[in-house]
Design a protein around this ligand. Structure first.
Ligand code: ARG
Length: 458
């Protein structure tokens, strides 16, 4: 018998280069544990249904467990001639336990087998990613708790807009990462059904019990249509979509960390362990980690587009094209996990330079809106108030003064309604703390959100 499980109808051996070209073993071997886990559940079901003998199932399961131990000990030679992880393990099983090993593939096809393996594998990876997302949320929350007294400039168009608490800024990312976690949980829910039993595409003639296999493997149920079961890769697409959005968030945080750690902003200091120097400029400390994460966002977007393009217009059911789903998916998993792991630590160790943030917040007339709101509260329509404060700011620029430095007489040039109590409204603290409604930047509002977030994390 030829080495290849499907060699029966062939008269000539496969061309060597074709063999290499069509093989996926180099990358799909990372799913070995799940392939074996799925096969063990399948063998148990075959025996329970009387499709194979109990004794045969025991021999098969022992053989599979032996192979698992061999692979984990590094004692398994993966063969390109055996194409993929499924055939490598099956061929080794037959080598180990003899012809009975050939009964494992009864009522199964590689088409439903690979769909099962990817789901099992991705399920564990999602759990791990959710763990990393939790760690990053914890780091963001700790920074928010630690720096409640720190005021920074809030920006729109990257121009100083209004002062905000640094904690508030950290909690903005906490919200994004919380939504990301929700998206991965959604992917998990839709992914967690058993495709095995679809056979090659139409189902199987054997009296299988899919619900039993699903239960053994911890699935919430079984897929409902055999054609869809072997041709659906929505779960991989959804995963890559959730990953792309997550990386977009990390790229925005990266960009801010890069700006903030520059000499011009000097808002934060990243710990040395996460930076590198320059071979020529001795003063340099480069924010390589955020730069790389910002850069890696590109490949994660690319992987999503690759996968969408791969699946586009494919007729039902399985097509070999779909073997190309793995590399973009695996690369996304690796990139997302690496980025999250390093970000969780980097954010936790980030040092905040509160004084510089405060100085920056005081520049750029960041409390101009507070003056406008004050004038409005004295009965002036907002559009007129806007004009009044616009002129005030122009005066400040011409006289090189900041808003809180103006005398009451100077204020009064612009509006008679301004009184001495204006000074209670134009400090950074007053500006921040006036924004008390839910979701605002006032310290009390931020403290409420921190408490809420802490409860959610518990
Ligand atoms: N290596 C294949 C893949 O990743 C497994 C399924 C192959 N099925 C087939 N009939 N050629 O998609």
């Amino acid at each position: 018998m030829s080495e290849k499980p499907w060699a029966g109808r062939f008269t000539q051996p496969t061309d060597k280069f074709v063999e290499e070209f069509t093989a996926s073993i180099d990358f799909d071997k990372r799913m070995y544990r799940y392939d074996i886990q799925g096969s063990i559940a399948h063998a148990r079901m075959l025996a329970k249904q009387g499709i194979i003998a109990e004794e045969e199932a025991r021999t098969i399961i022992a053989g599979l467990e032996g192979i698992l131990a061999d692979i984990e000990a590094g004692n398994f030679a993966f063969k390109v001639s055996l194409e993929d992880i499924h055939m490598n393990i099956e061929a080794r099983l037959i080598e180990r336990i003899g012809a009975v090993g050939g009964k494992l593939h009864t009522a199964r096809s590689r088409n439903d087998q690979v769909a099962l393996d990817v789901r099992l594998y991705l399920r564990d990876e999602i759990k791990e990613i959710l763990g990393y997302l939790g760690r990053l949320k914890e780091s963001l929350l700790q920074q928010a708790e630690k720096n409640l007294a720190v005021i920074m400039p809030g920006y729109t168009h990257l121009q100083t807009a209004q002062p905000v608490l640094f904690s508030h800024h950290m909690l903005a990312y906490f919200e994004m990462i919380t939504r990301d976690a929700g998206r991965f949980q959604d992917v998990f829910k839709r992914l967690n059904v058993l495709p095995l039993g679809a056979g090659a595409l139409a189902g199987t003639t054997f009296p299988i019990d899919r619900e039993f296999v699903a239960e053994q493997l911890g699935f919430d149920g079984v897929t409902r249509n055999s054609l869809d079961s072997v041709s659906d890769r929505d779960f991989a697409l959804e995963f890559c979509g959730a990953s792309a959005i997550l990386m977009m968030h990390l790229s925005r945080l990266s960009e801010e960390l890069i700006l903030w750690s520059s000499a011009d902003f000097a808002f934060i200091e990243l710990t040395d362990a996460f930076c590198t120097g320059s071979s020529i400029m001795p003063q340099k400390k480069n924010p390589d980690v955020p730069e790389l994460v910002r850069g890696k966002t590109g490949r994660v977007y690319g992987n999503l587009i690759s996968l969408l393009t791969l699946m586009k217009s494919l007729p039902l059911a399985y097509n070999k094209d779909m073997q190309e789903d793995k590399e973009p998916l695996f690369d996304t998993i690796d990139t997302v996990k690496g980025s999250l792991k390093i970000f969780a630590d980097m954010i936790a160790l980030m040092q905040v330079r509160a004084e510089n943030m405060r100085l920056a917040a005081a520049r750029g007339f960041s409390t101009a809106t507070d003056v406008a709101d004050y004038v409005v509260r004295k009965g002036i329509p907002f559009r007129n108030a806007h004009e009044i404060v616009g002129k005030t700011v122009r005066y400040c620029i011409e006289h090189k003064k900041d808003i809180p430095e103006l005398s009451l007489d100077e204020f009064k040039q612009f509006s008679e309604v301004i009184e001495a109590d204006i000074y209670d409204y134009v400090t950074l603290e007053a500006s921040v703390n006036a924004r008390r409604a839910t979701g605002g930047t006032a310290r009390e509002a931020v403290e409420r959100e921190i408490a809420r977030a802490r409860k959610g994390m518990a």
